[in-house]
Design a protein around this ligand. Structure first.
Ligand code: ADP
Ligand code: MG
Length: 724
């Protein structure tokens, strides 16, 4: 088969959807069972691995070997609350993997959760290939906006096991907004309210032409349609216990049947006022007598069960609204995503909360995959993006761009040295601006430097405390644009921190401007904009008669809406010069944020946040580390994600190991470590020995992460089971 397009995959907790886009827009692909492909994998006694609708049916017959809702658990440590919950609820067997992750055992074989997701991904890929008649080896895969580093990394690994190159991990609400606003010229603020099977997400975006800027996002990873099903199933189980004196909650197979019936009833009640059903042979009583359940439910009763669950979603909405500095009624539109938003009560409650009816003409099941496909299309057309970039640079460098006094060459350069995650000079709408500066709920100021209780006291303790410093500032309290001072990695405020052995070591915090550190060739020069794959290059414009090309600049601007509006004529010129077919008139620009703060452990179990929640991504921050012992060769830094002041209240991601340090007396080796969250929302770390300028060897060990060589082995096992 020939090489096909990049596909967009909504890898859902409950259902997955695959789509492809071309110049005519996005098209959802389906198999004989439809476009919603259940994210269910069943291990058949024959050795076959069933995926999708066939696997879902097996849930009723063979619950122990039929795995579903894996997305709720992927990337979570085995010891987490969520995994504990799942062990009680799920009929299939979960156990702890060697690196702290979760394994599933079915028919005597164990699988990582990335492998289970990979079965789904490989299946949806096949659906696309069958439909399109070409090989589809590349994809954009969506994840909930509030997925952390471990979850994103495990999803990427799933792609690789499935033999897919995941070009981008895209946040689901951003994808939904993209599908809604694609090729529109609207300027509006929208909320994407997504209630699926297992999770709830709310995201506020500013849409300005082809620019999609996330203002804030929040979510609950344990709120969804499954909870409604469980509520109904419990109701059924109670009734059955009363009638038959048989407790189905102690019989996993029977309870699975109740949940399946509950879901069916729930879906019926989105259209009908009442429903009746009979579950035959739910259990067997005395003398092997078959016990049936006759059950009836009205929409009113269901609404009574749903009401508190839907209400919980508005607590999360409040969180996002506060972070965005907006009131619900200040939004222009509400996009509903996820099958659970078909519940009439939910639609009424959403309309009441936002003071407006949600948009009715969007398919809540398909919109995320459509957005992923549109993003995939733009990633598949690099020539086109470069063209846009060249035009942008030309304009930016022209001081005559009168309508935008800020767009000067000088300012562009300031942007370049501003922290990657910082917002740009051209102002987003005033409210969005306020949002960036707002103090987030539940966010305490960073803890003061404290000492590790049980650690040996270092003699130079006083000296450390008394070191003259400039005040440390919360990055969120900064203006969005700052003139960054030349980076001086030594100009840091020292705090103290425990190394892996419990010894105290110094750690610096940028004192004022979070400038780029001297990390050698940080970014390839010539990149004008480092926002996902909408990177602009600074090559000269091959247009006749154009002024001499400006020197290479970098612009990390997030206000290209206005910029692009001013560039329309030039875009046309370049379009003519770069023959690209089958791509939209312009590549959309997605400006996303990181949903969780990234921190490192300091002394006394405190967490010091280094990239704040809701920072624009890509985002970066540098911290200084130094040795605490003479001749110390290794420094270990524990990293976490979450808003708590204590590391224990956050999700521990793993460790960053700085290895192979040169032998020196303590404190003499100083390492600038740059933590970056890339456009996929995943963590990258780079380190440099400040004294020598040498790049430092570095390893990130994420909890539950699959080692490189294992992924390859899993891919081979996969192909053997499912075919390539
Ligand atoms: P996910 O994103 O978690 O994969 P989906 O968006 O596919 O989830 O939504 C699945 C959830 O939507 C399930 O809980 C399903 O029962 C529910 N659902 C689907 N259709 C309806 C409907 N018509 N009424 C109520 N709930 C529905
Ligand atoms: Mg979904």
């Amino acid at each position: 088969m020939s090489n096909g397009p990049v596909i967009g995959i909504d890898l859902g907790t409950t259902n997955s959807v695959v789509a492809v886009a071309d110049k005519n827009g996005a098209r959802v692909l389906s198999d004989e069972a439809g476009s919603l492909i259940p994210s269910v994998v069943s291990f058949h006694p024959s050795g076959d691995v069933l995926v999708g609708a066939n696997a879902k049916e097996r849930r009723l017959l063979d619950a122990q070997n039929t795995v579903y809702s894996v997305k709720r658990l992927i990337g979570r440590p085995y010891t987490s609350y969520e995994v504990n919950q799942a062990r009680e609820r799920f009929a299939f067997e979960l156990s702890e993997g060697p690196s702290g992750g979760v394994l599933v055992t079915a028919r005597g074989e164990t699988y990582t959760l990335s492998e289970i997701s990979a079965f789904v991904l490989r299946h949806v890929r096949k659906v696309a290939e069958t439909q399109l008649g070409v090989e589809c080896g590349q994809a954009v895969v969506t994840v909930p906006a509030n997925f952390n580093e471990l979850q994103r990394s495990a999803t990427k690994a799933a792609g690789r096991v499935a033999g897919l190159e995941v070009l981008r991990i895209l946040n689901e609400p951003t994808a939904a907004a993209l599908a809604y606003g694609y090729n529109k010229t609207s300027n509006e603020r929208v909320a994407v309210y997504d209630l699926g099977g297992g999770t709830f997400d709310i995201t506020i975006l500013q849409l300005a032409g082809d620019v999609f800027e996330v203002l804030a996002t929040a979510g609950d990873t344990f709120l969804g349609g499954d909870d409604v099903d469980s509520a109904i199933a419990d109701h059924m189980a109670g009734q059955f216990l009363e009638q038959s004196r048989y407790d189905t909650r102690q019989d996993r197979q029977a309870y699975e049947r109740l949940k399946a019936a509950a879901e069916w009833a729930k879906i019926q009640l989105s259209d009908k006022p009442h429903v009746k059903l009979c579950i035959e042979e739910l259990a067997y009583g005395d003398g092997g007598k078959a016990l049936n359940l006759d059950y009836a439910l009205t929409r009113e009763q269901l609404e009574h069960m749903c009401q508190p669950l839907v209400a919980r979603s508005f607590d999360v909405c409040e969180d996002a609204m506060k972070a965005a500095g907006l009131r619900p009624t200040q939004l222009d539109n509400v996009i509903l995503v996820g099958g659970s938003t078909r519940i009439p009560l939910l639609q009424r409650m959403v309309a009441e909360y936002f003071g407006r009816k949600p948009l009715a003409d969007i398919d809540p099941d398909l919109v995320v995959a459509q957005g992923a496909a549109l993003q995939a299309l733009s990633l598949a057309a690099p020539a086109r993006k470069a063209a846009l970039g060249r035009v942008a640079l030309k304009k930016v460098a022209q001081p005559t761009t009168g309508s935008h006094p800020q767009m000067t060459e000088e300012m562009s350069f300031e942007d370049e040295v501003t922290n990657v995650g910082e917002r740009p000079p051209l102002p987003p709408p005033p409210v969005a601006r306020a949002a960036r500066k707002a103090t987030l709920p539940g966010q305490a100021p960073p803890p003061p430097p404290v000492e590790l209780k049980n650690a040996p006291q270092l003699p130079e303790e006083e000296e450390l405390v008394d070191t003259p410093t400039r005040s440390r500032e919360d990055p969120l309290e900064h203006e969005m644009t700052r003139v960054a001072a030349p980076a001086d990695p030594l100009d840091f405020q020292p705090t103290r921190m425990a190394d892996a052995s419990g010894l105290l070591m110094q750690i610096g915090v940028p004192s004022e401007d979070e400038s780029e550190p001297p990390l050698g060739e940080e970014e390839p020069s010539g990149l004008l904009m480092e926002l996902g794959d909408d990177a602009f290059t600074s090559e000269s414009v091959p247009v006749e008669g154009s002024p001499p090309p400006p020197p290479p600049l970098e612009l990390r601007s997030s206000a290209p809406a206005e910029l692009r509006a001013a560039l329309d004529e030039n875009v046309d010129t370049v379009t003519a010069a770069v023959p690209v077919t089958d791509v939209p008139t312009r590549a959309p620009l997605l400006l996303d944020v990181t949903p969780l703060s990234l921190g490192v452990e300091t002394v006394d179990g405190y967490c010091e946040h280094i990239i704040r929640r809701n920072s624009a991504i890509p985002a970066g921050q540098t911290k200084m580390f130094t040795t605490a012992r003479d001749g110390q060769e290794t420094v270990v830094v524990r990293i976490c994600q979450g808003e708590d002041r204590h590391i224990g209240g956050n999700q521990l991601l793993g460790e960053v190991v700085l290895d192979g340090l040169r032998p020196a007396t303590r404190g003499k080796v100083q390492i600038a470590v740059r933590f970056m969250i890339d456009a996929d929302g995943t963590l990258q770390v780079r380190a440099q020995d400040v004294g020598t300028g040498q790049q430092q060897q570095i390893a990130i060990k994420l909890i539950g992460e699959l080692p490189e060589q294992e992924i390859e082995g899993l891919r081979e096992r996969h192909e053997a089971k499912l075919g390539s």
